[in-house]
Design a protein around this ligand. Sequence first.
Ligand SMILES: N[C@@H](CCSC[C@H]1O[C@@H](n2cnc3c(=O)[nH]cnc32)[C@H](O)[C@@H]1O)C(=O)O
Ligand SMILES: [Zn+2]
Length: 433
Amino acid sequence: MGMLIRGAAVLTMEKPESLLPNGEIIVEGQYITHVGPAGSVSPERTFDRVIDARGMLAMPGFVNCHTHAAMTLFRGYADDLPLMQWLQEKIWPVEERLEPEDVYWGTMLCCLEMIRSGTTTFADMYFHMDEAARAVEKAGLRASLSRGMIGLSPGAGEALDYSRRFIRDWHGQAGGRITTMLGPHAPYTCPPDFLHRVMEVAADLKVGIHIHIAETRAEIEEIRQKYGKTPVVLMDEVGLFEFPVLAAHCVHLDENDIRILAEKKVGIAHNPESNMKLASGIAPVTRLLAAGALVGLGTDGAASNNNVDMMEEMRSAALLQKVATMDPTALAAFDALSMATANGARVLGLHDVGLLKPGYKADIILINLDQPHFYPRHDLVAHLVYAARSADVETVIIDGQVVMEKRQVLTMDEEEVYHEVQKRSQRLVGTDL
Ligand SMILES: N[C@@H](CCSC[C@H]1O[C@@H](n2cnc3c(=O)[nH]cnc32)[C@H](O)[C@@H]1O)C(=O)O
Ligand SMILES: [Zn+2]
């Protein structure tokens, strides 16, 4: 039986030219089982549900490769500061006060914002992760979840024990929508002996590692002073890259670092807006791609962005590479779109996510093209990167389930989320907002 989506322009994301002007998609259970032109599905076939998507574009949902979802609670609380001061003076003190239920509601707000802007999968690194996982299960998203660990903190051993138990409890849950990783925070908070303990658990439980690497000049300096090498070389020598690694940022890299990241097939999460806002710098994305590295796109937490809108992030990524290299051909529209979808899924190690293709998970978004900024229809790929807005996303399907229809989110009560978040964030930061 299943579900038929018909009448939409279908962008499969396999190749720039793989756009069907009028396509048909069949979803059965969690999977896409057919993608073809109008008339490719027998008129005799019956479906449980038919979505008339005329005037829409169907494409894979966005994959946000790096977030701290519950940090939506701190959106607009501490702005216009450099990373270390922002973390040490503003963010870490309020994070001390976070209760598990706060993380549930902060993650719910993030999921709501992601669904409404077409994100279907995300990678999260935070704490009280059981509650984050409960929120993901309820919201209907797909996520790779990791418990962030500060190796230098007295609670590091406990955080590692929590991670081990969390991975056993949640990996493959929610019908396979939830996967897990280990989350050592960064080279400057996790010394090699701690990373060795993390790698033992990764080998034992067969999961990947999510970490921040080479985010700021201050980090490069600190690691050089301590170890006499770059963070990338240090991580390589420690043995981290023998595991599947999701490395957030990778802003400050030399040619040798780039070669290592490409050779070791490290998944990189580029976060252009967070890097701009914290003035961390500009990641050498075009050089990474030229070296054959795997690069996805992320927003980072909402306290350093300040939203989790992947359409905006995609546009920022493309524009930033052009201005940084003074080359308008840098990071062309299809490459930016691939980073936000298919390549992002590969960065998370999800090999059946990110394309509209039979055998892939049914994570599909429908974008309303009947709007002034989508005319004339010269090039829909360019329109998606340079002209689209997240409010153009009308319908979101994740794992074969419709989670938003005609901009109505079906998996949660939006008013309840706003109420809880407002109440909790006031308690946390102690202001009347
Ligand atoms: N404090 C926690 C674990 C940290 S989770 C991940 C951490 O990354 C922090 N974070 C958010 N954005 C960034 C960033 O861009 N760079 C480095 N850290 C970040 C975030 O505030 C959070 O404290 C504990 O041991 O209980
Ligand atoms: Zn981060």
